[in-house]
Design a protein around this ligand. Structure first.
Ligand SMILES: Cc1ncc(COP(=O)(O)O)c(C=O)c1O
Length: 393
């Protein structure tokens, strides 16, 4: 039996590997706390759950849903985008519901990339940008996100030869894994760059609502001209604690949205109707739960940063996302530090290298475990460091 070459080149999905390691540790009776994956433990707001239950009782909802999503959902997305970003979107041409934003991100490459085409991909970055490109037969040119550039890609460092060959550029702010944010000025620069080199911009805005200290994340589409060149991916997963429900959406340039829709109609059959109705309830209903969640993450963020400071690691407080991008102590690589934390503290973090080679020197801590577990994990990390200090002298 021979597998396809594209699978041979495909690394196992990062969190599938982390899950395996946790299972091994659990088997050895060590109580492991995972600060690896970003998956909120708090429940989905009750009114959203109730809507799902109610709609699930209605037999016509058990049939195939519409390919392009319920009109009411697309209208709810339009209203949400207007209210949140003052965007004026056409629900028939510029909005496409997705089975989670991951699904759309993976499939957009099939709509835009032919074998051998070049895509500009952030490094470190959400792994699906690279694997989506690989599935389409594309070649990835990585844009390093470095601390000295505030974890933004340096567009001036991309040679004209590369930019002319490229067909699309992926960006993601608020950013996973670095938790960096971008200004509208940066997005303006991206639009200018895309127009100059005839690129499609794909902006992943999955963390737009997870923000702190009064910061509000912008939409890439707020920049004049952005609708000419790009689309933006949104997710209900993090905003409404709905990671398991699988619902997100893409908005933006009608030609790109149509192309993504055409790919999808040939692959999937849409989102279960009751989940779409629940999505409408989420987007149109009370939004207080978002503020409450951000408050929780902000407190956890402060606690983690305080503990890191105690063990000699200085990190600037991120304005968004539920991740902390932590530089590893001197003498460690991202992998050896991850192993150290697992062995000595029973705490799982994500090694930066897993997000790309420019992620070396960092690990990512996620703030999505409950307070009790997080406190225990932080205590154990502090203790593990104390142990090292005592040993060394
Ligand atoms: C940057 C980024 N984009 C997209 C996603 C996918 O979110 P979903 O498919 O749940 O909408 C994630 C999930 O972790 C993410 O971190």
């Amino acid at each position: 039996m021979k597998l396809a070459k594209r699978i041979e080149n495909l690394a196992p999905y990062l969190f599938a590997e982390i899950d395996k390691k946790i299972a091994e540790k659990k088997a050895s009776a060590l109580d492991v706390i995972s600060l690896g994956i970003g998956d909120p433990v708090e429940p989905t707001p009750q009114h959203i759950i109730e809507k799902l239950c109610q709609e699930a009782q209605f037999p016509p909802n058990h049939q195939y849903p519409s390919y392009y999503g319920l009109k009411e959902l697309r209208e709810a997305i339009r209203d949400w985008c207007y209210h949140r970003f003052q965007l004026n979107l056409d629900p028939d041409r510029e909005i496409l519901p997705l089975i989670g934003s991951k699904e759309g991100i993976a499939h957009i490459f099939l709509a835009l990339i032919d074998p051998g085409d070049l895509a500009l991909i952030p490094d470190p970055g959400y792994p699906v940008y690279q694997s989506g490109n690989l599935f389409a037969g594309g070649v990835s040119h990585f844009m390093p996100l470095l601390k000295e550039n505030d974890f933004l890609p340096n567009l001036n460092a991309i040679s004209s030869r590369i930019a002319e060959r490229a067909k699309l550029i992926f960006i993601n702010y608020p950013n996973n894994p670095t938790s960096a944010t971008a200004t509208l000025d940066f997005f303006k620069e991206v639009v200018k760059f895309a127009k100059k080199f005839d690129l499609v911009v794909c902006h992943d805005n999955a963390y737009s609502e997870i923000t702190f200290d009064g910061y509000k994340a912008p939409s890439f589409l707020q920049v004049p001209g952005a609708m000419d060149v790009g689309i933006e991916f949104h997710s209900l997963s993090k905003t409404y604690n709905m990671t398991g429900w699988r619902i997100g959406f893409a908005v933006g340039n009608a030609k790109v949205i149509e192309a993504l829709g055409r790919v999808k109609t040939n692959i999937d059959s849409g989102i279960f109707n009751p989940i779409q109705y629940a999505g409408i309830a989420a987007l149109k209903g009370p939004q207080e739960s978002i503020k409450a969640m951000c408050c929780i993450y902000q407190k956890r963020r402060d606690k983690v940063i305080e503990t890191l400071k105690k063990i000699g690691i200085e990190v600037k407080k991120p304005k968004a996302t539920f991740y902390i991008w932590v530089p590893v102590p001197r003498g460690h690589s991202s992998t050896s530090f991850t192993e150290f934390l697992l062995e000595k503290a029973g705490v799982v973090v994500s090694p930066g290298i897993a997000y790309g080679s420019a992620g070396e020197g960092y690990v990512r801590i996620s703030l999505t475990v409950n307070d009790e577990k997080l406190n225990l994990a932080l205590k154990r990390i502090e203790r593990a460091f104390k142990g090292v200090r005592e040993k060394s002298g």
